[in-house]
Design a protein around this ligand. Structure first.
Ligand SMILES: [Zn+2]
Length: 102
């Protein structure tokens, strides 16, 4: 999976990115080519986190057989959640961010 730097449009492999700054659910990465920082846009980051949480939650419900009559529904919701998260990971646009304060 390659990410495109929103600044210099350079296609980057995740391995090429050396500097990563994590702040809660937000992850900022530094482009090794132009040294500018970028990250997935905030609404998309939140949506992605929500999707993953949905999968975790519904998997847990199924695992512990809580409301097992709805297990198929939970699986469906969980699947939709992870689908959204994957789509955002692959298609989500990155945007330029300020250099994180270290
Ligand atoms: Zn760049």
């Amino acid at each position: 999976m390659k990410v495109t730097c929103p600044n210099c449009q350079e296609k980057l492999t995740p391995k090429a990115i050396k500097n990563i700054n994590k702040k809660g659910i937000y992850v900022a990465k530094q482009c090794p080519s132009c040294e500018n920082w970028f990250s997935l846009s905030k609404p998309l980051t939140i949506l992605k986190t929500l999707g993953i949480s949905l999968l975790l939650l519904t998997s847990l419900l199924n695992m512990f057989d809580i409301k097992s009559e709805y297990s198929l529904v939970f699986s469906g919701i969980g699947f939709a959640g992870i689908l959204v998260a994957i789509l955002i990971t692959f298609l989500g646009k990155n945007e330029k961010v300020d250099k994180p304060v270290v």
